[in-house]
Design a protein around this ligand. Structure first.
Ligand SMILES: *Cc1c(COP(=O)(O)O)cnc(C)c1O
Length: 417
C-alpha cells in the first residue's frame, strides 16, 4: 500500500511547500531534540532558542545582581502589559487591551463575573458542553457566585440559542477552537448574535493564539482568555492572558481585587480603587521568570503576520491529511477537512487511541491522547514542517498497518496523558 513511489512523491511535494512557505526557516528558532517530530505544541509548546539566555540574564543579573532594583530598571512592573501587547498583536488586539497574568482558569473566572457586572439584571451565560473541563468548572462556579444560570449549548446551535435567550443574555462564552476535535468556530457570527440581543461574547483562545488569525478587535469580541504555554511557547506554567476590549475597561469590575490591579499600589491605601485601563485585570505579583520567558519566546513570531502563520498552519495540516489519504490510512477524522473550519490540529479516532499514541511516541512522533478515542496531533507551523507532516503520516500508517499499538508496553498510563 505504502509504495516507495508514494513516499518519494509526498516528500518531494512537502519539500517544495516548505521552501515556498512564508515561515521557511522558523524551525531554526527552536531547540528540538534530534529525531523527534513534535506534534504536541497545543499542550506544551517547544523551547524557543532565545529563551535560555534571557532566563539566565533574568536570574543572574536582574535578580542576582540588581536585586529589587530590577522592578524599575528592568521594568518588571510593566512586564505584564508589555508582554500582553505582544500577545495582542498575534490575536488582533490593539495595544492596551491584553494583560499576561494568572492561569486561563483564573482569567475565565474574572471574565465571567466581570461580564455579569457589565450586564446587570441579565441572568444567562451560554457555554459549550464540550468545553475543556476547567472552562466548565470555572464558569459554573463564577456564575453561581454571581447569581447567573449557565446553559450548555453546542457552538453550532449558539446563534439560535442566543436569540432565544434574548435580553436575558449576559455572555456567550466559547472556545474558538475545540481542544479535542480541532474544529474552528466563527467568532464573528456568535459575537454578532450576542451583541444583537445586548449581550457580550468571551472567547477562549487556548488553541488559537499563535496559529489562527483571531481578529479580536475586528470581530467585536468583548473579552478573551488564553494560554501562554501552548502555541505561544512560554514554557511549563507560563502565565495566561486576558483581553478586555477598550470600550469595557472603565466598567470592568473584576472580582479578584489584588494590589497589582490598584490605581495607586504603592500608596498602600486601605481601600481598593481599580487602575485605569487593562492594568485592573492584574491581581497579585506575577511569576516573573515565566512572564519574561514568555516575552523571549514571543520573539519567534517577530516579522511574521498572523495571516502568514495561519496560511502555513492550514497548509501543514492539509499536507498531513492528504498524506494519510495517499497512504491509505482510513481512521475517521475528528477534525473537519474543510480548512476554513479547522484549527491547527488533526485529531483521528481509534478504539485504542491511547496505545496508538504511545506507539507513535516510541517512534519519536509526540502527540497526545484525549478521552475517549482521540489521537490528537497539533501542528505548530513555526516548527512543524510539511516534511515533518509527511513523515508523521508515514509513522501513523506503519503503526496502524503493523498493529504496533497492540504491544503490551503501550497500554500503560502515566499520571498525565
Ligand atoms: C489548556 C486549556 C486550559 C488550561 O487552563 P489553565 O488554567 O491555564 O491550566 C483552559 N482552557 C482550555 C480551552 C485549554 O485548552
Amino acid at each position: 500500500m505504502t509504495t516507495v513511489h508514494t513516499h518519494d512523491d509526498l516528500i518531494a511535494r512537502a519539500t517544495d511547500a516548505d521552501a515556498a512557505s512564508a515561515l521557511q526557516g522558523t524551525r531554526d528558532l527552536f531547540s528540538l531534540p534530534e529525531g523527534v517530530i513534535y506534534l504536541d505544541g497545543n499542550s506544551l509548546g517547544a523551547l524557543p532558542s532565545a529563551v535560555p539566555a534571557v532566563v539566565d540574564d533574568v536570574m543572574h543579573r536582574q535578580w542576582g545582581e540588581r536585586l529589587i532594583r530590577s522592578w524599575n530598571e528592568a521594568d518588571w512592573w510593566g512586564a505584564q502589559t508589555r508582554v500582553g501587547d505582544r500577545v495582542g498583536r498575534l490575536v488582533g488586539a490593539a495595544p492596551g487591551q491584553v494583560v499576561v497574568t494568572d492561569s486561563t482558569s483564573v482569567n475565565l473566572f474574572k471574565a465571567v463575573i466581570g461580564a455579569g457586572r457589565l450586564r446587570p439584571g441579565r441572568t444567562v451565560v451560554l457555554t459549550d458542553p464540550d468545553s475543556f473541563p476547567t472552562d466548565l468548572y470555572m464558569t459554573e462556579s463564577a456564575a453561581a457566585l454571581a447569581g447567573l444560570e449557565v446553559r450548555r449549548v453546542h457552538p453550532r446551535d449558539a446563534v439560535a440559542a442566543i436569540a432565544e435567550v434574548g435580553d436575558a443574555l449576559v455572555l456567550a462564552s466559547y472556545s474558538s477552537v475545540d481542544y479535542r476535535t480541532g474544529e474552528l468556530w466563527d467568532l464573528r457570527e456568535i459575537t454578532d448574535a450576542a451583541h444583537a440581543v445586548g449581550g457580550l461574547a468571551c472567547w477562549d483562545l487556548c488553541h488559537s493564539a499563535g496559529v489562527i488569525e483571531v481578529d479580536l478587535d475586528a470581530g467585536g469580541a468583548d473579552l478573551a482568555v488564553g494560554c501562554g504555554y501552548k502555541y505561544l511557547n512560554g514554557g511549563p506554567g507560563a502565565p495566561a492572558f486576558l483581553y478586555v476590549a477598550t470600550r469595557h475597561q472603565d466598567d470592568f469590575d473584576q472580582p479578584l481585587t489584588g494590589w497589582q490591579g490598584h490605581a495607586h499600589p504603592f500608596e498602600m491605601r486601605p481601600d481598593y480603587e481599580p487602575a485605569p485601563g487593562i492594568t485592573r485585570a492584574r491581581v497579585g505579583t506575577p511569576p516573573l521568570l515565566s512572564v519574561l520567558a514568555l516575552e523571549a519566546a514571543l520573539t519567534a513570531y517577530d516579522g511574521l503576520s498572523p495571516a502568514d502563520v495561519r496560511a502555513a498552519s492550514v497548509s501543514v495540516t492539509g499536507t498531513f491529511i492528504e498524506a494519510l489519504d495517499a497512504l491509505g490510512v482510513d481512521l475517521p477524522l475528528a477534525t473537519p477537512r474543510d480548512p476554513e473550519r479547522r484549527g491547527s490540529q488533526v485529531s483521528l479516532r481509534h478504539p485504542q487511541a491511547f496505545a496508538v499514541v504511545q506507539a507513535l511516541i516510541a517512534r519519536g512522533v509526540i502527540g497526545d491522547f484525549r478521552e475517549p478515542d482521540i489521537i490528537r496531533l497539533g501542528f505548530a507551523p513555526l516548527y512543524v514542517t510539511h516534511v515533518d507532516a509527511v513523515r508523521a503520516a508515514v509513522h501513523v500508517a506503519e503503526v496502524i498497518e503493523g498493529r504496533e499499538f497492540e504491544r503490551p508496553e503501550f497500554a500503560e498510563r502515566g499520571a498525565v496523558t
